[in-house]
Design a protein around this ligand. Structure first.
Ligand SMILES: [Zn+2]
Ligand SMILES: [Zn+2]
Length: 323
């Protein structure tokens, strides 16, 4: 093993270690200890709260608190306490980017801790596919308790609400990470909450069992790029909160979109040349990105990503088209 290779492997191991959180994301069967929640001001009225599980965005103002995603269930009390440190106003809205339990686990506790203006638990708003997935049997995912389900759904391409003097836009991305992804845009604060259509910690997870697809995933990344505007020299401007990972700007999303596109094109070429899945994996179509995003353990592995892209491109019927 030469020195460069060794360095790469060590770096890959470090990244795999930092992926530990992601590997805990979907293993809800065994109860997890509650993790600490850290908060960061992103921009305008929007804050980022980070614990185990998906990132949580919070918008604060005179009317109350709006929360995007609620993390893992065991962290709900700590999440409520972290929100209370930022604002003593009532939690009025909970928006879900999609149904996965690392983004909806705290729904029940947070909606009960909050309230509508006329009483009752805070409203939980999501695309209607989120309700379908949470209320019905979904195979691998255990369905959630009724008190955690969305109370307000939309089935159109987009939905908007006005809260705390700000337009909050929800854009449905069909068949991206799942079939119920919403990209959420705080128009005045100039912050996007991308859910798991964009993550900085791994390759994208295309949840094919729940309606995800590679082209839908690319469409979602392109939607984020449509919304974001860099301030100057490609730095700053609109901030993007990924489903997992650090706060980003447009340039980061652009780089990720290009990576996903290049891998998709490489696999598409191999599918065209009738390579088998094993041959595609052996050809390492992600090699130059594995140092950043690759993993052999955890929930989103390199092999899993390649397999999802391969399966999707080998059977394109009914898949979303390039927008
Ligand atoms: Zn997630
Ligand atoms: Zn997810």
């Amino acid at each position: 093993m030469n020195v460069t290779m060794r360095t790469r492997l060590l770096a890959a191991a470090a990244i795999a270690g930092s992926m530990g959180l992601a590997s805990r994301v979907y293993t809800q069967q065994q109860p997890l200890p509650a993790s600490e929640i850290s908060s960061f001001h992103v921009q305008g009225s929007v804050y980022l709260l980070v614990g185990d599980g998906g990132n949580i965005a919070v918008q604060l103002g005179d009317e109350g608190v709006l929360v995007v995603d609620t993390g893992l269930a065991p962290n709900a009390d700590k999440l409520i306490a972290a929100i209370r440190k930022l604002s003593d106003k009532p939690i009025r809205w909970i928006l879900n980017t999609h149904f996965h339990p690392d983004h909806t686990g705290g729904n029940e506790a947070l909606s009960k801790a909050g309230s509508k203006t006329n009483g009752g638990p805070a409203e939980v708003l999501a695309h209607e596919s989120v309700l379908t997935r949470m209320s019905g049997p979904t195979g691998r995912q255990s369905s959630a308790a009724a008190a955690a389900w969305p109370t307000d759904t939309y089935s159109t391409e987009e939905k908007d609400i006005y809260f705390n003097g700000e337009a909050v836009m929800l854009y449905h991305e069909p068949n991206a990470h799942t079939d119920g992804d919403s990209i959420i845009f705080f128009r005045k604060s100039d912050v996007v909450a991308a859910g798991d259509t964009f993550v900085t910690t791994s390759y994208p997870f295309i949840d094919q069992a729940n309606g995800g697809s590679i082209q839908g995933e690319l469409n979602a990344l392109n939607r984020i790029l449509d919304i974001t505007v860099p301030a100057h020299e490609q730095e700053g401007g609109t901030f993007v909160i990924p489903g997992h990972g650090r706060i980003c700007d447009e340039a980061d999303v652009l780089e990720y979109r290009d990576m996903v596109t290049i891998v998709r094109d490489r696999v598409a070429d191999m599918v065209k040349r009738k390579l088998t899945l094993d041959q595609v994996k052996a050809a390492k179509p992600t090699l130059d990105y594995d140092l950043h995003y690759g993993s052999t353990t955890g929930f989103v592995t390199t092999a899993g990503f390649i397999e999802a892209v391969y399966k999707d491109l080998s059977n394109p019927q009914g898949k979303p088209r390039v927008r």
